[in-house]
Design a protein. Structure first.
Length: 471
């Protein structure tokens, strides 16, 4: 029995030795995305047990030879974590199985190097706080990396410039470009800042290569610009001819230069003969109606804040003064009176001319109607149409005992030219200066004929008058 048991014992011992001397599986550690990463990136460690077949392993993780907390053991073959600069070190792993109990070799250590990511900084120009109305520039600066290589006495420096795409946020809301918000690559510009622009701004850079993200934030504080107020003396409304003073008051800061505006926002008032500026006061002398309008002011200076807020608007009303009204009324009355006088004068002149023309027509066509009893005693004057009679008076026939005569008098004398070769009787141009009709006393009433005296005027060399009298 002793001899039979010995071979069995030897066989059993050989099996035990073979199990103890079997080579352990090999563990290999892999790092993604790379053994050199940037702070903030995610690193994944994978432990690969080679030649172990399909065995359920448990994995142990080590950093610098010590257990890597919190990842002591896991059932998964990989672990992931966010890398920081402090995460740099030598990492390794091991696989273990409990049925049968078996362990792999510890993997070769892999060195993980974690570098600072591309640093970004956000700058504000001008410095915060900013004032309403100002223009603000926010610039997102992402630092580039540089590497130096030396070979013998030469040193090469390589600067890495990345093609970043910039995104802008305010209080976690992505900003969109608009009339006041514009973006030029790495700079956000806000024009005409208002109080609602206050808040936290931050930028983020994105690119296709690693590192692919960087961000930085800054708080923007907005303060109201200095207020300005406008007063007017004397109170509106004013009267034409008055002197008006407008005063612009800015209570905070100093060394202001004052700008004056009327009606529109784009046209600044310029000094002139009637418009003068003395520091904070605009004076308008000899106000006229065209000075009426809306006035306002604004302050400018070299230091921040560079500009004040626009002042309140004051409407200047201009009324025509009493003296001007009196002069205007006087001018209207005088003008109307002159016009009326001219009209009346023209009317009277027209009436006078019309009456004179009518009288002339009557005199030219008037011949006394002769009755049958007085025909022998009246002699119509025969002449052309050029005779003018100013006054004709006929004295009625008197009693034969009355020694007075019947007279007709013509007061206007017209000169006529008499030809020597033509007798006066044949001339049609007869002018009578005075005609006197005499009635002689006769025993026979029918025998008496009145004698007529003619005064004719003849021109011979010079004008002369000859009077002939019959009887």
């Amino acid at each position: 029995m002793g001899s039979g048991a010995l071979p069995l014992i030897l066989l059993l011992m050989s099996f035990i030795h073979a199990g103890l001397t079997q080579e352990s599986p090999k563990a290999v550690l892999k790092v993604t995305p790379d053994e050199s990463v940037f702070s903030g990136e995610t690193v994944t460690l994978t432990c690969d047990i080679q030649g172990a077949g399909h065995i359920q392993w448990r994995f142990s993780w080590f950093r610098d030879g010590n257990t890597f907390y919190p990842y002591t053991t896991t059932t998964a073959a990989e672990i992931s974590f966010t890398a920081y600069v402090s995460s740099s070190g030598e990492y390794s792993c091991r696989g273990d199985t409990y049925n049968p109990q078996r362990s792999s070799h510890i993997s070769a250590a892999v060195t993980l190097t974690v570098s600072d990511s591309s640093r970004s900084s956000l700058t504000v120009t001008p410095d915060s706080p900013v004032f309403t109305g100002e223009t603000v520039n926010l610039k997102c600066v992402i630092e580039t990396r540089s590497y130096s290589y030396s070979y013998r006495d030469w040193i090469w420096r390589i600067d890495q410039t990345y093609n970043w795409r910039y995104e802008w946020y305010k209080d976690s809301v992505m900003l969109q470009t608009s009339g006041r918000y514009t973006v030029n690559r790495d700079t956000l510009t806000i024009r005409g800042v208002i109080t609602s622009d206050q808040g936290q701004y931050w930028c983020r850079g994105q690119r296709d290569q690693r590192p692919n993200s960087s961000r930085s934030a800054v708080n923007l504080t907005v303060t109201d610009s200095p207020r300005s107020s406008l007063t007017v003396t004397p109170d509106s409304p004013v009267f034409t001819g008055d002197t008006v003073n407008l005063t612009c008051v800015i209570e905070t800061h100093s060394n202001w230069r004052y700008e004056w505006y009327k009606d529109t926002d784009s046209v600044m008032l310029q000094t002139s003969g009637r418009y003068t500026v003395n520091r904070d006061t605009l004076t308008i002398r000899g106000v006229i109606t065209s000075d009426q309008g809306q006035y306002w002011c604004r302050g400018q200076r070299d230091q921040r804040p560079n500009s004040s807020q626009d002042s309140n608007r004051i409407h200047l009303s201009v009324n025509v003064s009493d003296s001007s009204s009196f002069l205007l009324v006087t001018a209207v009355v005088v003008g109307s009176s002159v016009f009326l006088l001219i009209f009346i004068s023209l009317l009277l002149l027209w009436r006078y001319k019309k009456n004179k023309d009518q009288q002339r027509n009557i005199n030219q066509t008037s011949v006394p109607n002769q009755s049958a009893e007085s025909q022998p005693e009246n002699f119509p004057l025969q002449s052309d149409a050029d005779h003018v009679y100013d006054d004709v008076t006929e004295v009625k026939k008197r009693h034969k005992d009355d020694p007075e005569t019947k007279e007709v008098t013509y007061s206007e004398i017209l000169w006529s030219y008499v030809d020597k070769d033509v007798s006066m009787a044949e001339s049609n141009d007869a002018t009578y200066s005075e005609v006197i009709k005499k009635v002689k006393k006769c025993k026979d009433a029918d025998a008496g004929v009145g004698d007529t005296t003619y005064a004719s005027v003849r021109k011979k060399g010079s004008l002369s008058a000859v009077k002939t009298t019959d009887g």
